[in-house]
Design a protein around this ligand. Structure first.
Ligand SMILES: NC(=O)c1ccc[n+]([C@@H]2O[C@H](COP(=O)([O-])OP(=O)(O)OC[C@H]3O[C@@H](n4cnc5c(N)ncnc54)[C@H](O)[C@@H]3O)[C@@H](O)[C@H]2O)c1
Ligand SMILES: O=P(O)(O)OC[C@H]1O[C@H](O[C@H]2[C@H](O)[C@@H](O)[C@@H](O)O[C@@H]2CO)[C@H](O)[C@@H](O)[C@@H]1O
Ligand SMILES: [Mn+2]
Length: 443
């Protein structure tokens, strides 16, 4: 029988994105009534800080009907829970910094989720996420996991293999961020859009964007605008100058390949040389985040404790709303439409069935119902996707088989890597710095 209220645990409760998600939860109680909200983290200090921040948010927003708790104990975190929002960063930003800086030493793309930095992150993240899935299956087997933990493609593949029946949705906010930024730049309303999109996670293309209020596909006119000049960063990303770099590169991508609107992350695969040349090997995105939202989060918790703070308001754009809307769509069986990372199983007819793809899906009480594309994709996108998908499969093979050879093949096949020799040098260095996180890889 449907419950009248739900218990939600945020795994990675101390994460800097937690306030945005919680703000969305508080604003959505009409469609997702909450009884308990729990913060689960392995870092007591981060969980404590976030507990203080959320407590203050509840006071300011006059939220009284929700029980807030925090714990580092998995049984307390995952027993009698209906939804788990998962957003962990295994190894924290300190390891992200290594993921980004070590490849740059060899002239390779250093990035959080793409390139060999993403593969390094993936071998850490898979272990952490599989542990969360096991906790949920042990303590609340009927709960839904809504996963934001990256790298999404690698996580989704690993969970697909080990827990094929897990109640999990894997989601990325990049497509809605792209759409929201375009809408705000050119005066559209994203809520009127029905977007057709396909790819791997952080590696995809729009094929159309139907605007219901205008009665037409607006993607062609958007492409014409974006080809001429880059769009500006939206307010919710205004504090992060790196997003302007992303929109600049999206324009460059369209100037070469104007038929489809690309995901901005394709810059790392199509223009790795430009990306590396524009990177500062001594100060990467991880450092910007450490000096940005991580520092702000710590400072806010301290200001609240000392009662020296202003009104609390967070703007992470659609990031919080997206995962909350997904939970509400399950809870109400309302079959809203989301971009999800799901097993292909024929949705893209000329791509291998066991690929993990990012495509539109309806979400109801039984989870994701992916929408079939009904027609094959073109050779350019198919070729790029198949190679990267194979690299990601090899990396997950390396994880489960403890295989150095599969890891080396994965690093070599990653579509940002031009040389097996460089792949080996980076892999060997990442093995050393990840000794506390990666599975042992046998030569
Ligand atoms: N899917 C998306 O589009 C999307 C969007 C934004 C962020 N993310 C991902 O969400 C995650 C959180 O991002 P953030 O910048 O808010 O993170 P953050 O670095 O601010 O915080 C991550 C939290 O996870 C905790 N943690 C680490 N390992 C853990 C474990 N094994 N169990 C429980 N908690 C653990 C840390 O202690 C920390 O509090 C990252 O994986 C990030 O890549 C994904
Ligand atoms: O470098 P970060 O940690 O700030 O962001 C990396 C993440 O970038 C995307 O999510 C962004 C979102 O697109 C943006 O509009 C805003 O809401 O911040 C989000 C998180 O920073 C991407 O989808 C994620 O997978 C990345 O982890
Ligand atoms: Mn993403």
């Amino acid at each position: 029988m449907k419950k009248s209220q739900v218990n939600i645990t945020i795994a990675g409760g101390g994460a800097t994105h937690t306030p945005g998600i919680v703000q969305a939860l508080f604003e959505s109680r009409d469609k997702l009534p909450i009884h308990e909200l729990r913060l689960y983290d392995i870092d007591q200090q981060k969980n404590d800080d976030m507990f203080v921040i959320i407590q203050e948010m509840m006071k300011q927003l006059k939220v009284k009907d929700i029980t807030l708790s925090q714990t580092t104990n998995p049984k307390a975190a995952f027993s009698n829970v209906d939804f788990v929002f998962s957003q962990i960063r295994v190894g924290d930003l300190e390891m992200r910094e290594k993921d980004e800086k070590i490849p740059l030493k060899y002239g390779l793309v250093g990035q959080e989720t793409c390139g060999v930095g993403g593969f390094s992150y993936g071998l850490r993240s898979i272990k952490g996420l599989l542990e969360i899935v096991k906790f949920v299956q042990d303590y609340s087997p009927d709960a839904w996991i809504l996963n934001y933990t990256n790298p999404e493609s690698l996580i989704a593949e690993a969970v697909r293999r080990k827990y094929p029946n897990a109640k999990i949705l894997n989601a990325c906010d990049m497509t809605i961020s792209i759409e929201e930024t375009i809408a705000r730049n050119y005066g559209y309303e994203r809520k009127n859009w029905v977007a057709q999109y396909y790819g791997l996670n952080h590696f995809g293309w729009y094929t159309s964007i139907f605007d219901k209020s205008l009665g037409r596909d607006v993607m062609p006119e958007i492409i014409q605008k974006l080809k001429k000049e880059p769009m500006k960063v939206a307010s919710f990303n205004a504090k992060d100058p790196s997003w302007q770099d992303a929109w600049n590169m999206l324009t460059k991508n369209l100037q070469l390949f104007p038929d489809y609107l690309p995901n901005n992350y394709l810059e790392y695969y199509l223009f790795p040389d430009i990306v590396v040349n524009n990177s500062n090997p001594n100060y990467t995105r991880a450092n910007q985040v450490m000096d940005g939202r991580l520092k702000e989060t710590k400072e806010l918790a301290a200001q609240i404790r000392s009662n020296h703070f202003d009104d609390i308001h967070f703007d992470f754009g659609e990031h919080g709303n997206y995962i909350v809307d997904m939970a509400a769509s399950i809870f109400n069986d309302s079959h809203e439409r989301f971009m999800l990372i799901v097993p292909n199983v024929g949705a893209i007819p000329n791509l291998r069935a066991d690929s993990v793809v990012e495509i539109p899906a309806y979400v109801g009480c039984t989870g994701a119902e992916p929408i079939s594309m009904r027609h094959p994709i073109n050779n350019f996108h198919k070729g790029l996707m198949e190679a990267q998908d194979a690299a990601e499969k090899l990396l997950v093979d390396a994880y489960f088989e403890h295989s150095y050879q599969k890891a080396l093949q994965a690093f070599t096949l990653n579509q940002t890597v031009p040389s097996a020799d460089k792949a080996k040098k980076v892999l060997d260095e990442l093995i050393v710095v990840n000794k506390d996180y990666w599975p042992e890889l046998n030569k």
